[in-house]
Ligand binder design. Structure first.
Ligand SMILES: *Cc1c(COP(=O)(O)O)cnc(C)c1O
Length: 399
């Protein structure tokens, strides 16, 4: 990356990154190169390329083609790392990165609000291979030092946390990790590279479920891992050993999503704030968990370390159980029910964090609904939620 490029604003780099002329051949986007076999024109070329298979030359389909390299290069620049690998899902990205950084006998410290499948991975495969995991309070900050063991090798953070949106003090945790000689991995999916750069805050590895905002259109599964100079060789080696690769078609879609990320995020952010502020005033709502709200845990850290908020937040209702949300969520017109998020459409999902917390205790007066605010008109979204909350209130009154 030239200094000239470094000084350009991130919104501009989002448009120009990864579009090398030798990859695009005079059109705007790198073409979709579908390849398993790449042909060598001579014995010497084959030998030469085998020497450094990680270099960006055509070698074998699993190493990628310019379609994947373009996306990797863009993410590396946007996250400010030394390199990026792509994976067939966000879960594959987090878990492969962990496998690259730990060995039997090591201990992993994972945030209590980590994405549930990452917790499950720690408790199954990692444990089976002799790696112990314990969980820490997302608000620990520098106090995480007390949770370190002699053999702690890696801290797995996610900020804000899944479902409950606690914002973590990454610089404070990074300082402890440096002091103790442990790696720090941050799942940066919520913020995207536009609103937070964990590597600049002291992390070694930044992970994305590209499936979410980077893809942005609910039509692909992908993950990415971007790492600093020190961690990248380990990340790359693990990705290669595990055979991690993505199709050029999906890489093309993800690159296309990336180009409009700044424009989409700004709208998700504004609309989510409008809907969240409206929800806060509703009598059925006990609390809105949104990092941009002062009463969100870690709000001051969000203000310090993030450049914006996105479209995903949670609402806690005043009373009832998960099952009591059925009359509301079953009849929504725009907020459809489904996993994932980050597409153009709004989503609603009843979720209960109680089952996936161990270092902290989840207590709430009523059920939690996770909302993703899409690009629809906010008056329409609010009308849908108003009718839904009316159904919830009537159902609770009849109980
Ligand atoms: C969705 C998600 C993942 C997993 O991504 P998939 O592509 O669904 O495997 C990981 N981390 C966070 C924070 C997520 O929201």
């Amino acid at each position: 990356m030239s200094d000239n490029k470094k000084s350009t604003k991130i919104e501009t780099r989002l448009i120009t990154d990864g579009r090398r002329d030798e990859w695009t051949h005079g059109i705007v986007n790198p073409p979709v190169y579908r390849a398993s076999t790449c042909l060598f024109d001579s014995y010497a070329t084959m030998r030469e390329r085998a020497k450094d298979p990680a270099a960006r030359h055509l070698y074998y389909g699993r190493k990628g083609t310019p379609t994947q390299w373009s996306l990797e290069e863009a993410l590396t620049d946007l996250e400010g790392g030394a390199g990026t690998k792509l994976y067939p899902s966000g879960v594959a990205a987090v878990n492969s990165a962990i496998l690259g950084l730990v060995s039997a006998g090591d201990h992993v410290l994972m945030v209590d609000s980590a994405y549930e499948p990452t917790r499950a991975f720690a408790r199954s495969i990692l444990q089976r291979f002799g790696v112990e995991t314990s969980f820490y309070d997302p608000m620990a900050g520098e106090n995480i030092a007390a949770d370190f063991r002699e053999n702690t090798k890696l801290v797995v953070a996610e900020s804000p946390g899944s479902l409950t949106f606690e914002v973590q003090d990454i610089p404070a945790i990074a300082a402890v990790c440096r002091d103790k000689g442990a790696w720090l991995l941050v799942d940066n999916t919520w913020a995207t590279p536009l609103y937070c750069n964990p590597l600049a805050l002291g992390a070694d590895v930044s992970v994305h479920a590209v499936t979410k905002y980077i893809g942005g259109h609910s039509d692909l599964m992908m993950g990415s891992v971007t790492a600093n100079e020190r961690a990248y060789p380990l990340i790359e080696k693990a990705a290669f050993s595990l055979g991690q690769t993505v199709s050029p078609d999906d890489a093309f879609l993800a690159s296309r999503g990336l180009r409009t990320l700044a424009a989409r995020l700004k709208i998700h952010e504004e609309k989510a704030l409008t809907v969240a502020r409206w929800l806060r005033e509703r009598p059925e709502v006990a609390k809105v968990l949104h990092p941009a709200f002062e009463d969100c845990r870690g709000h001051a850290i969000w203000k310090r370390d993030f450049k914006g908020s996105t479209g995903l937040f949670s609402v806690i209702l005043k009373d009832g159980t998960d099952a009591d949300t059925a009359p509301m969520v079953d009849h929504m017109r725009l907020f459809r029910m489904g996993f994932s998020w980050g597409g153009y459409e709004s989503l609603i999902l009843p979720s209960n964090p109680a089952g996936s917390r161990s270092a902290t205790h989840w207590a709430a007066p009523g059920p939690l609904l996770r909302l993703h605010i899409g690009l629809e008109d906010t008056d329409d979204l609010i009308a849908d939620l108003a009718d839904g909350l009316d159904r919830y209130r009537e159902h609770m009154a009849r109980k």
